[in-house]
Design a binder for this molecule. Structure first.
Ligand code: HEM
Length: 409
């Protein structure tokens, strides 16, 4: 089957992805697409196919060895073998290993529920807004809400959740910067360097927590136990790094692009300002409309198979294109319309099946806190540049803003 080239990483796509997604969907529910750096990939583009791909554990697997292939194939070519434990995190595993790892982290994750931590998250947001407001009043210049709010807030939240010292946050902001930018050899080396530094730092933090347990998920993970089973040191380091990476940029994009979307849909923003009970459905609609994580990690057929009219070979890579599933006209009425009243809204922004997002409650709570505090404090908030000049993030596979200059009114 001939593959088509769709570039999902241009500014034009990120600004308005809906025509491209409609063209992809028009090719059929399963399409072969060529990507820079990655090569050819199958994509499940309809809601039904994406959902089946993520839920059918008999036919689709994540680990090469579950499809009878050598395990090493799971590692990208540029990944040093010394970092193998990182490749074996639960998001890359099938059952029963996935269940074991997720069970241990869920136990630790759920012990202090998100609701219990909410007042602390509220306080973090209030302090960020105090600082931004003071700066705006002092200088009168537009404020970049990505650098000033969307990035530091989820980072502070995840560090707080893990129990990492707050004085280490500036270092994380610097390391997190390594993950931005379009793919290039330079960016790959930068990412590897950042992962190495995070790896060493987390190992040291685990050592400190073992000696002196403190509040937070790292100490909970050390204590977590199921039928005499515990996480090994390597598994724990990899799990904490997964939580840091999965829990940070995703939420940055939801908050940054979420604010932009409300500012560019003033009637919807007004509805929310007059009825804050709509905040839950607003966040859901932002998740559907934006798909901050545009596609899942690849699955692969466990055997050669014929699926939605395509012949897939055992071990072929196939991703669920969540961005397309979330605007599938078979599932959502008038899907390109942003509507905070949409109900029901069974979007797939958090994935589906066994790998459904572990942090979905946390991500929702963060977005609710950010929108509520920002818009009640600055109800006349406005963009400082025309929407056509706003820069979207070049991070592949995601949709979010690089910067969002606003006036805090
Ligand atoms: C707007 C914010 C977020 C979005 C859109 C999002 C989206 C997703 C998606 C689509 C997946 C499935 C990926 C796949 O199947 O390949 C996933 C998995 C995951 N997410 Fe999130 N996520 C968000 C925030 C978070 C946060 C805040 C955390 C943690 C603190 C988190 C932790 C995880 C983990 C650990 C997994 C892997 C679960 C598993 O393999 O069982 N995510 N997320």
């Amino acid at each position: 089957m001939q593959s088509r080239t769709f570039d999902l990483n241009t500014q034009a796509y990120k600004r308005n992805p809906y025509p491209t997604l409609a063209r992809m969907v028009a090719q059929g529910p399963v399409v072969r697409v060529r990507f820079p750096w990655i090569g050819k990939l199958w994509m499940a583009t309809s809601y039904e196919a994406a959902s089946e791909l993520l839920r059918d554990r008999e036919r689709f697997v994540r680990e090469p060895r579950s499809a009878g292939m050598p395990q090493r194939a799971n590692l990208p070519w540029w990944f040093p073998r010394s970092m193998q434990p990182m490749a074996e995190v639960m998001i890359n595993r099938d059952e029963p290993d996935h269940r074991r790892l997720r069970g241990l982290v869920e136990q630790a994750f759920l012990r202090r529920g998100v609701e219990q931590l909410r007042p602390r998250f509220d306080a973090i947001m209030r302090q960020l807004l105090d600082e931004l407001e003071a700066k705006f009043r002092r200088d009168g210049h537009p404020i970049d809400l990505v650098a000033g709010l969307a990035r530091p807030f989820p980072l502070a939240v995840i560090c707080e959740l893990l129990g990492l010292p707050s004085e280490d946050r500036p270092m994380f902001v610097k390391l997190a910067g390594a993950f931005s930018g379009s793919p290039s050899l330079f960016v790959l080396f930068r990412i590897l360097g950042a992962i190495k530094s995070i790896n060493a730092y987390i190992r040291e933090q685990i050592r400190l927590c073992r000696a002196n347990p403190r509040q937070g998920l790292i100490s909970e993970l050390i204590a977590a136990k199921q039928e005499d089973d515990r996480l090994t040191e390597d598994e724990m380091v990899a799990m904490v790094i997964l939580l840091l990476l999965a829990g940070h940029m995703t939420t940055v994009h939801l908050i940054g692009a979420g604010i932009y979307t409300l500012l560019t849909h003033p009637a919807q923003k007004q509805s929310l300002l007059t009825d804050w009970s709509l905040v839950y459905s607003t966040v859901d609609e932002l998740l559907r409309y934006l798909s901050p994580v545009q596609m899942t990690k690849p699955m692969m057929p466990a055997h050669d198979l014929e699926w939605y009219g395509q012949r897939l070979k055992r071990g072929d890579k196939i991703v669920a294109l969540l961005a397309a599933a979330n605007v599938d006209p078979q599932k959502f009425e008038d899907p390109d319309r942003f509507d905070i009243h949409r109900s029901p809204n069974p979007h797939m922004a958090f994935g589906a099946g066994i790998h459904v997002c572990l942090g979905l409650r946390l991500a929702r709570a963060e977005a609710e806190i950010a929108l509520e505090q920002l818009l009640t404090r600055f109800p006349k908030l406005e963009l400082a540049i025309p929407p056509s000049q706003v820069k979207w993030s070049r991070q592949p596979g995601t949709r979010g803003m690089e910067a969002l200059p606003v006036r805090l009114l």
